[in-house]
Design a protein around this ligand. Structure first.
Ligand SMILES: *Cc1c(COP(=O)(O)O)cnc(C)c1O
Length: 412
């Protein structure tokens, strides 16, 4: 079968809830992937940061295979010999007292919301229904509760009725957070860097200010580090940039090095200890295969010093993109190896550039029509970054010629 055959099959039998680039991948190794025609591409998306350690990292695959040959699933009705080890390693690494394992990121977010509500009612003793403050343009997943507090119409249309109990404030504005806090507020949930919104880095001191406000009003600070965490933005957790310790942290994506869905909530005994037996669970959450893989993925993150690589190579990558002389670029922004290239919307739709990049062997993805996100595996080399930058410069130059030609046609 060829590319077109796979596309036709997928379009016929698979619900059209995505608009993927027309490239059909069949193999990956490190930062590279190959399509069914044998063409090679540099992966500059990393499955939205789930592949921080690169495709099929040998140590993670070894852990997967070894564990698969022993035991894959017990359910939490019984104990297994991997969950306790992952729990200890994750807590020791991040400085939290407890973790609760789930599978997808959205489930970790739901778990954190449940924990915050229960803490509000049982510990803080609020009167009536708990209220949780979130940020505009947030992305926390796709469940009905999570989209209930999304501000993106595409995520919500036709899916109501929605879960009540959420209010949103502008991202990056600590004063707006403080003004929104009421007697029934139990938590503030925030992405330390907004990924899906188009790689938005808040002003310096924002996280620190939100920590202080949450302390002053006795509400929980919940950081969703599913995309920003585990090295992506140059620290193990993005909150480390401001030495801020949230009450709850959600992690996922790179927690398995792109091998299995593995997520977790980190927190204190005071909060996560409120989940009594029967109050929450997941058939696959904490399964031994996922835990063995996550242990290896964490080990790789630490031993290969991926946060430092993201910090240094991210600076280099951002600098090199910034040096491209193209009138199509409006802004280059980001932190670590989470980089957004905002194009001038009136001249070049990001999708055009992304398609051109694909033809040149670089896979990246646009968000919101005008921003191209570059988030390669953190194991990328300088030479590979140079390749990506050269292709971006060439794709922009070609698009510029088209734009100029169209403009002179209009005039002529
Ligand atoms: C991807 C993501 C999620 C959702 O994770 P899934 O595994 O797709 O459910 C939640 N929060 C953030 C910040 C994310 O980037």
């Amino acid at each position: 079968m060829q590319t077109e055959d796979y596309i036709r099959l997928e379009n016929s039998y698979n619900a059209p809830n995505y608009q993927p680039l027309d490239v059909v991948l069949e193999r990956g190794e490190g930062v590279w992937v190959w399509d069914v025609e044998g063409r090679r591409y540099l992966d500059c998306l990393s499955a939205y940061s789930a592949l921080n350690q690169g495709h099929r990292h040998p140590r993670i695959i070894e852990a997967l295979v070894q564990q698969a040959e022993r035991l894959t699933l017990t359910s939490r009705a019984f104990r297994n010999d991997q969950l306790p080890l992952l729990a200890r390693e994750l807590c020791e690494l991040t400085g939290y007292e407890m973790m609760l394992p789930m599978n997808s990121g959205a489930e970790a977010v739901e778990t954190a919301l449940k924990a915050a509500r229960r803490w509000g009612q049982w510990v803080k003793g609020i009167d009536g229904d708990a209220e949780i403050i979130v940020c505009r343009n947030n992305f926390h997943g796709r469940t009905i509760t999570v989209i209930s507090f999304s501000t993106e119409p595409d995520y919500r249309d036709g899916f109501g009725p929605f879960t009540p109990g959420f209010i949103s404030v502008p991202f990056g504005d600590a004063e707006a957070l403080e003004a929104a806090i009421g007697p029934r507020t139990v938590a503030f949930m925030v992405e330390p860097v907004q990924g899906e919104a188009g790689v938005i880095v808040p002003p310096p001191g924002y996280l620190r200010a939100t920590r202080e406000i949450c302390d002053r009003h006795d509400i929980l600070l919940v950081a969703d580090e599913i995309q920003s965490g585990l090295g992506r933005v140059g620290k193990l957790l993005a909150c480390d940039w401001e030495a801020v310790k949230p009450d709850l942290v959600t992690i996922g994506k790179a927690l398995s090095g792109g091998v299995l869905p593995v997520s977790a909530v980190l927190g204190s005994r005071e909060v996560l200890g409120l989940f009594k037996p029967g109050s929450h669970g997941s058939t696959f959450g904490g399964n031994p295969l996922a835990c063995a893989v996550a242990r290896a993925a964490l080990k790789v993150t630490v031993e290969e010093d991926l946060p430092r690589r993201a910090r240094e190579l991210g600076d280099y990558f951002q600098g090199q993109i910034g040096a491209i002389d193209s009138p199509l670029i409006q802004e280059v922004r980001g932190k670590g190896l989470l980089i957004g290239v905002a194009l001038k919307p009136e001249v070049a739709p990001a999708r055009l550039i992304v398609e051109a990049l694909k033809e040149r062997g670089v896979l990246a993805k646009e968000t919101h029509g005008t921003v191209i996100r570059f988030a390669p595996p953190l194991v990328i080399s300088k030479a590979e970054i140079d390749f990506a930058v050269a292709q971006l410069a060439a794709a922009l130059a070609t698009a510029q010629e088209v734009v100029t030609a169209e403009a002179s046609n209009l005039i002529g």
